[in-house]
Design a protein around this ligand. Structure first.
Ligand code: RUQ
Ligand code: CUA
Ligand code: CA
Length: 649
């Protein structure tokens, strides 16, 4: 590479005064030509630190006026963030509630050309790569999203989601609402239910999330060797504990049966999973052969004491300590790590009430929900109960195909009924009284039709002690004729229900791209997203005086900066056969001022937010001139924001 290949910093880029002038001059010039509307945003972006979002943020919450109808008027903001899984799209989404408006799609396990997720070097480092540098997986199946807690409610620090397909736990940081870590879970398949803890089981001063529990639904030979495929005794599932901060796997528990969904207690002492395959069946009929399956409780303090005492084994090459959680290894309740509470066959979903007293484990194949009392499970672990079933304090009949339950903080539960296509509202105290023999206790209080076949259901702040009983979202599995047809793959429906009164009221339908599973509805003050990055967060941030091209053998590094509406350098020369890395730092400081960076015919596309740095590496194998350009609308001269990559033969 000769000196002439190095491009100097463009004077107009380095000189912000000049940039301001250019921007203002352009606006004045084009506005005169009748283009003022399109330019208003650009002008504001360059001149004013606050964007249009600021005045709206100061607007009154909609709860005061529009809540009853669930309407959010133009310019008004939602009261809640609904943070939702995206199923086999591999992503996480954020909707506003009550409006149902889509606010953001967060790429997690899926590549995303808009942001460059799965293409930038930074995202690949999070996703994990193959020896050739490509992402290890480009698929994922997110089912559940849960947030980190402090003092029993969301602290807005992290959100986690599972990948059932490739057995990974991903973390989303609450400030940028972007994925920052992904951990592979060893020895498991079908990693489904997941829940952060809320408090340390021993140290009461640690009243926030430090662990994430991960259930696995599919049992596999342990270790996973094909010659064991016909030996049912070799198969097992594991429950996994991941450190919330480091995201390292701490320990695993080998179990009887499988682990489907997860819940955690408010005192940090227990985690719970429903288990529908206590039979360890390999085919459907076997999985349904037993009349009772289980809701499984994990004594976290005892498990961690066992790990500490070295009562562990290892599976295959995995370095993760595993403790024995099988029934055979846990016969004495006083030392047991696990309590298997029998519940009707093939349960689905386990949720804890906001007061921390009860777990509701739904029947799926039984028209019941089983209510298990938290302190009775602790008593069982103390050897004070004769049987595990004595922890069950109610088992009301609520309808056909019960799956997931949300709570209103007023003692009522709301369960999705998949087969009945309904949400049923039932009262927990009444269910307990009825179970004790009070036949007059009115358990079921209301039912409402939803459209159609609800799977997941969740209430506003319902997974926290601040459950506010305002909204229930029904995540329906089939929309049938609710929307304009768009071809064979139907849009999914979500329906928002007002649960603030005695009767549930359907507020509205909103669409969801297939296929949402579980979600949480988070009060908006729980999140404080940042809208501008901190440049020094990136160790490779490009300063204006460092732009240019350097070569090391066939590896070429292009250090580039962007300031609307220019890149610098605006041209660089490489040679056929080179491996090129572009490091781009966006020097704009105004919120919402992203730039895109795409290169014609090279499968290169990413965006950089204000003060953000990203890098992308690609091979050049065709000689020619290739334009790179800004893909993200940024300025009146957005289209002109481009430059050339010259590939010499
Ligand atoms: S569970 S299959 Cu993850 Cu009800 Cu959605
Ligand atoms: Cu920069 Cu569009
Ligand atoms: Ca079963």
């Amino acid at each position: 590479m000769t000196k002439s290949d190095q491009t100097e910093v463009d004077a107009s880029v380095a000189d912000t005064g000049r940039r301001k002038f250019l921007n203002t001059a352009t606006v004045a010039g084009l506005a005169g030509a009748g283009l003022s509307i399109g330019l208003a945003g650009c002008n504001k972006a360059a001149e004013a630190p606050a964007t249009a979002a600021k005045p709206a943020a100061a607007a009154a919450p909609v709860a005061s006026a529009g809540h009853a109808k669930g309407e959010v008027a133009p310019g008004q903001l939602d009261d809640y963030y609904t943070i939702s899984s995206g199923g086999h799209s591999g992503e996480v989404r954020i909707y506003g509630a009550p409006s149902g408006r889509t606010l953001k799609r967060i790429p997690v396990f899926n590549p995303d050309p808009l942001s460059g997720w799965g293409m930038t070097n930074e995202s690949k480092a999070i996703l994990g790569t193959r020896p050739d540098g490509s992402p290890k997986y480009t698929t994922g199946d997110t089912h559940h999203v849960h947030g980190s807690y402090a003092d029993g409610t969301y602290d807005g620090k992290y959100f986690w989601t599972n990948d059932k397909l490739n057995n990974r736990l991903a973390r989303i940081r609450g400030d940028y609402l972007e994925c920052d870590k992904i951990t592979d879970i060893p020895n498991v398949q079908g990693f489904h239910g997941m829940f952060p803890d809320k408090r340390d089981p021993v140290d009461a001063a640690i009243n926030h999330t430090t662990r994430v529990f991960c259930g696995s639904e599919f049992h596999v030979p342990q270790p996973n060797k094909p010659n064991d495929w016909k030996n049912p005794k070799a198969y097992a599932t594991l429950m996994t504990c991941v450190d919330a901060e480091t995201m390292a796997v701490r320990w695993q528990v080998r179990l009887d049966g499988n682990m489907d969904l997860c819940a955690t207690s408010y005192d940090g002492k227990l985690a719970a999973c429903n288990s529908y395959n206590t039979e360890n069946g390999l085919v459907l009929n076997d999985m349904m052969s037993s009349e009772r399956d289980a809701c499984v409780f994990f004594n976290i303090e005892r498990i961690e004491a066992a790990v500490k005492a070295g009562k562990v084994f290892y599976i295959g090459d995995s370095k993760v300590p595993v403790v024995d959680g099988t029934k055979a290894g846990n016969a004495d309740p006083k030392t047991a790590l696990i309590c298997y509470v029998p519940v009707p066959k093939n349960p689905h979903g386990v949720n804890i009430t906001p007061d921390g007293k009860y777990y509701a484990c739904s029947g799926k194949l039984s028209p019941t929900a089983t209510v298990i009392q938290h302190d009775l499970v602790l008593k069982w672990f103390n050897g004070e109960l004769k049987t595990e079933r004595e922890t069950v304090v109610a088992e009301p009949e609520i309808g056909l195909g019960p799956l997931h339950t949300g709570f209103d903080g007023r003692g009522n539960a709301y369960t999705t009924l998949f087969l009945d296509s309904q949400i049923v509202k039932w009262n927990i105290d009444a269910a307990i009284a009825h179970f004790k023999g009070d036949k007059n206790a009115k358990v079921v209080l209301d039912r409402i039709d939803v459209h159609y076949q609800p799977g997941h259901g969740y209430t506003s702040m319902g997974e926290t002690k601040e459950a506010d009983g305002k909204y229930f979202n029904s995540g329906n599995k089939f929309s049938k004729d609710r929307f304009l047809p768009v071809g064979p793959v139907h849009v999914e429906t979500e329906q928002l229900i007002d649960i603030s009164g005695d009767k549930m009221v359907l507020l509205h339908d909103h669409t969801a791209y297939p296929e949402p599973h579980d979600a949480i509805i988070v009060r908006r003050d729980r999140l404080k997203p940042k809208q501008v990055y901190t440049m020094s967060d990136s160790p490779i941030a490009v300063q204006s005086d460092k732009v240019g091209v350097t070569r090391n053998g066939k590896k070429v590094t292009v250090r580039m900066v962007s300031i609307a509406p220019v890149f610098s350098p605006i041209e660089f020369v490489v040679k056929k056969g080179d491996e090129v890395t572009v490091i781009l730092t966006n020097h704009d400081t105004v919120e919402d001022l992203h730039h895109g960076f795409g290169i014609e015919n090279h499968n290169v596309c990413m965006i950089v937010g204000p003060q953000e740095t990203k890098s992308i590496t690609f091979n050049v194998d065709r000689p020619g001139v290739f334009w790179f350009y800004c893909t993200h609308f940024c300025h009146a001269l957005h289209l002109e924001m481009r430059g050339r990559m010259i590939v010499e033969a």
